[in-house]
Design a protein around this ligand. Structure first.
Ligand SMILES: *[C@@H]1O[C@H](CO)[C@@H](O)[C@H](O)[C@H]1NC(C)=O
Length: 324
């Protein structure tokens, strides 16, 4: 009994002071390896670098003498982010490589270009591209499900697969290579997130692909860190979000950070630290209730669902819309 009380008290304190899951919180404090050690001289390819967390990761890494490649579909936005990196650090080496992740026939050429742009191969790939959703479960058109999976799960997976193929890396082969994938998922990939059914399902699929990659290719030198951010402030996060019907966007612009949202600079720092410490999978969230929900759901999914039924889905919709 006394141990249970002690455990609950410690758990409460941890949830209050931490903005990440226990593994990242612990290892980022204990380990002596720094971001400067990890990124110095490495070629880092950020896919989905034109806005949101991707842009902040680029800005963070501009401090650590890495060679940055920025990718997304829109060249002008990439130019802007590249300029911000150079403004932040005039000795930052940054190049842009426009890329449509779901243009599969061109992926081989694009990934080879990334491996050549600095005259040496990519060491670290940040897979951040994705598109959120606001829709009711019952209303979704199947073409929206398909497109949402394409962008959030299959695109990043295919980018990784193409790089491995280009380099002749295979689970049954004897080639080794040092390659790290930093995969940005979402807490929606771990918790059933109301109002984002296709997105949550796609992020869960993304995570399962990369969990498996880490297991299958770990002994070949391929490392994977999956990071699940909760609410991070990004003004346009919902603007281009999927709805339930094809060809329409949610359109909402969030003009100022809301209380539950983490500052994007802090999210970028935590993501970077997760990669430095080679954390297999972690959660970053500034609200204790999100961290608590994830730990609780992972252990007691049935009890969790019953509690949600008592709170009521309608009330949950309102809470979710007010927080992000
Ligand atoms: C700028 O980058 C260089 C090397 O690329 C690094 O040594 C320096 O610490 C960076 N400066 C800042 C202010 O981030």
């Amino acid at each position: 009994m006394i141990f249970l009380v002690l455990f609950l008290v410690l758990l409460g304190i941890f949830l209050k002071i931490s903005d990440s899951s226990l593994n990242l919180w612990f290892w980022s404090r204990v380990s002596r390896r720094t971001e400067a050690d990890h990124y110095r001289g490495k070629v880092v390819w950020i896919v989905g670098a034109s806005s949101g967390i991707g842009e902040d990761i680029a800005l963070r890494l501009s401090r650590f003498s890495s060679l940055l490649i920025l990718s997304a579909r829109r060249t002008e936005l990439l130019e802007t982010v590249a300029k911000k990196c150079r403004d932040a650090n005039s000795s930052c080496q940054v190049k842009i490589l426009p890329l449509d992740m779901v243009d599969f026939p061109n992926l081989e050429r694009k990934t080879r270009e990334a491996d050549e742009i600095f005259g040496r191969k990519v060491d670290i790939v940040v897979l951040n591209a994705g598109r959120s959703q606001r829709a009711e479960w019952t209303d979704i058109d199947p073409s929206v499900d398909a497109e949402c999976f394409q962008i959030n799960a299959i695109g990043p997976t295919q980018v990784a697969r193409t790089i491995l193929k280009n380099r002749g890396l295979h689970p049954t082969g004897d080639k080794l290579d040092n390659l790290q994938f930093i995969v940005i998922s979402s807490v929606a990939g771990l918790l059933p997130a109301i109002l984002s059914p296709s997105y949550a399902a796609a992020k869960a699929a993304l995570m399962q692909y990369f969990r498996l990659l880490a297991l299958e290719m770990g002994e070949k030198g391929v490392k994977v860190s999956i990071i699940c951010p909760s609410h991070v402030y990004a003004p346009n996060m919902l603007k281009s979000a999927f709805t339930s019907s094809p060809g329409t966007e949610h359109g909402e612009v969030i003009s100022a950070p809301r209380a539950a949202q983490m500052a994007p600079e802090r999210a970028a720092e935590l993501i970077s630290l997760a990669a430095v410490n080679e954390i297999y999978e972690c959660v970053i969230a500034s609200t204790p209730s999100v961290l608590a929900s994830i730990y609780f759901f992972a252990n007691f999914p049935g009890v969790f669902a019953r509690i949600i039924n008592i709170i009521g889905a309608q009330r949950l919709r309102k809470i979710r819309s007010a927080h992000e």
